[in-house]
Ligand binder design. Structure first.
Ligand code: FES
Ligand SMILES: [Fe+2]
Length: 306
């Protein structure tokens, strides 16, 4: 008789951050706050969020200055956010917090102050108008920083500080989870690209038996140290680079729709056969290995692409 393994119910001791970015109560409270005739000369501080991140300052600044990722990487929080102005000192964008409605429209402006290792995000119009989020990034080691994020909301009665503060900290926890994943993935991709040795020899790899391979698609593989993915388009097996040419975003889990993949970081779309960018930006998927059948085996080869 096999031994009976006692089942212990999982009792979480931690709380999952809320999945809804803002509650209805908060929307209503914000309307009242903005309508309030009271004006103060100071911005009340409502909360602080701190976190150590295993990333470099370069990655963190790059992330802060990149407003275009908001509606893609943070799609549960922002939607239809358009960056109308940007340069390497900041950006301004207009869009909605989720769920999209006339109450959730906002305009955000971010100013990066590299000299003081900080950036200031101000809500200049709409929901949250007048709020400021001041983030200081403190370098701890080459690839380790600490962020200290302070939230300020004007015209806010003291009784509402806790509710606003909690909502903001929950939201920023989720945003930083997603940003951290993005920054680490990008750093890994940059490291791989930097360490790759130029190799002019043709590379070849057998991916599997033709009859058994379909059940494994989409299939990740590497050739000459670079990541690719094998997919089926109609009756053809096609390989495509699984790193986005824009900022090295991950394409390995992107769905193929109408022969195109969409990058989850900024929404660039690419035709997987031609590599062409079909969403209007510049860029092209790197050349992918040629797929052929050799003795009933599916082979990926860089031979014809060298
Ligand atoms: S990394 Fe920006 S669209 Fe892919
Ligand atoms: Fe972000």
């Amino acid at each position: 008789m096999p031994a009976t393994i006692p089942v212990t119910h999982f009792k979480p001791t931690t709380r999952l951050p809320s999945t809804r970015p803002m509650s209805l109560t908060l929307y209503l409270a914000d309307w009242f706050r903005r309508l309030s005739p009271f004006t103060g000369t100071t911005l009340p501080h409502v909360a602080t969020y701190t976190r150590e991140l295993p990333v470099s300052m370069a990655r963190m600044y790059e992330n802060a200055i990149d407003g275009d990722h908001l509606p893609w990487l943070h799609r549960e929080t922002f939607t239809d956010m358009t960056i109308s102005e940007s340069d390497n000192t900041g950006w301004r964008g207009q869009g909605y917090l989720q769920p999209r409605s006339f109450t959730t429209w906002m305009e955000l402006e971010l100013r990066l102050d590299r000299e003081n290792h900080r950036w200031i995000t101000t809500t200049t119009r709409g929901l949250g108008k007048g709020s400021q989020v001041i983030t200081h990034a403190i370098p701890l080691a080459e690839n380790r920083i600490k962020v200290v994020v302070d939230f300020y909301v004007p015209k806010l009665p003291k009784a509402l500080h806790k509710m606003y503060g909690k909502q903001l900290v929950d939201t920023y926890t989720r945003l930083y989870d997603q940003d951290l994943e993005m920054m680490r993935t990008r750093q890994r991709a940059l490291d791989i690209a930097a360490s790759a040795q130029p190799d002019s020899n043709p590379a070849r790899i057998v991916l599997g038996n033709r009859t058994g391979l379909d059940s494994q698609l989409p299939l990740q593989f590497e050739l000459a140290g670079r990541p690719y993915r094998l997919v089926r388009i109609g009756d053809k097996l096609v390989a495509h680079a699984s790193t986005c040419p824009h900022r090295l975003g991950p394409l390995q889990d992107a769905k193929v729709v109408d022969g195109q993949v969409e990058c989850p970081w900024h929404g660039y779309r690419f035709n997987v056969i031609s590599g062409e960018c079909t969403s209007g930006q510049h860029g092209q998927l790197p050349l992918a290995p040629v797929i052929s059948i050799d003795n009933d085996e599916v082979v990926a080869s860089s031979e014809e692409n060298v």
